[in-house]
Design a protein around this ligand. Sequence first.
Ligand code: G3I
Length: 347
Amino acid sequence: MFYRRLRKVFFKPTLSLLPIALLSSAFLVNVAAAATLGSAAAARGRTFGGAVAAGHLTEAQYAATLDAEFSGVTPENEMKWDATEPSRGTFSFGSADIIVNHAQSHNMKIRGHTLVWHSQLAGWVNNITSGSDLLAAMRNHIAGVMGHFRGRITYWDVVNEAFNDDGTRRVDAFQRLIGNAYIEDAFRAARAADPNAKLCYNDFNSEGTNAKSNAIFAMVQDFKARGVPIDCVGFQSHFIVGQLPSTLQANLQRFANLGVDVNITELDVRMPTPATAANLARQATDFATVVRACLAVSRCTSITTWGITDKFSWVPSTFPGQGAALLFDANYARKPAYTSTLQALGG
Ligand code: G3I
């Protein structure tokens, strides 16, 4: 009886009931799409990730926010060289495993960060004095770390921050001892270590069209032409409120046109603290601008914020007097930028 009455209402809508039915279905769609950052991004075929520190996962609110809102994870420090191979040939994956296991049990995609980088290098690497020895150490490091996680990592930041802002190569140990070819050597070693992972080059201040992004572009173009394996380019996107590069979308698009995925890998938008309402509103606009730029580029497959909450962001310790750079404040309250990000994703 009740069922028949239901059928009358929902399956034989009279003209007068139609607008109500349409309205309510639009409402349902909205509610479903608006649920979380991760689900809104998924509806657009993207991943919405956050950088995670293993030590914070034991804080209930941190884990709850991550699990509810994010569909991807990047270990903030736990996969770096000093953490994974603190002494030569001795690998340690305890903290990284905690993050990877957590992410997998919540169906999150994992971005490996990072294999070859001048910073957070284990001390012993800087004591190497010959190119052939450093090359051997680099290849062994890539094989050891990627081998441990083989099959579980979607994207790997194989080489990080190898260029200066003027487009020249950063002269770190790898550049000094091995020379220009260390980057392609790292990518070849990475392909061999985990053939199913997408291999990325990752950098900062390369989000707009400028000398640095031109140099990275030329490298990717050259790699593609010569068959050096590269699948993606990461644009870190550590921005200052109100100062996004106007060429962001065009720059993402030109890289995508080379046949690589592009990813926003470390997004945050810092401001002087304490934050003002005006800056929080400007920040909301900035986050939405980044999301829209990514959505406009079909190969822009993921957006990752560099942290979950302002409480643990790297910003205040590096830029004293600045912070409030993420989507959740220090008490895990959603900021205006959370709402604008969700809306820009289609929520
Ligand atoms: O682990 C030690 C701990 O034992 C010690 O007690 C403590 C005292 O300072 O330091 C701890 O190490 C810190 C580490 O983070 C882990 O918390 C380092 O001092 C600190 O320098 C390090 O900062 C990290 C930074 O990279 C290092 O360059 C940040 O957390 C991390 O967010 C940041 O991430 C980078 C990306 O990897 C690459 N792109 C830029 C981005 C921001 O700098």
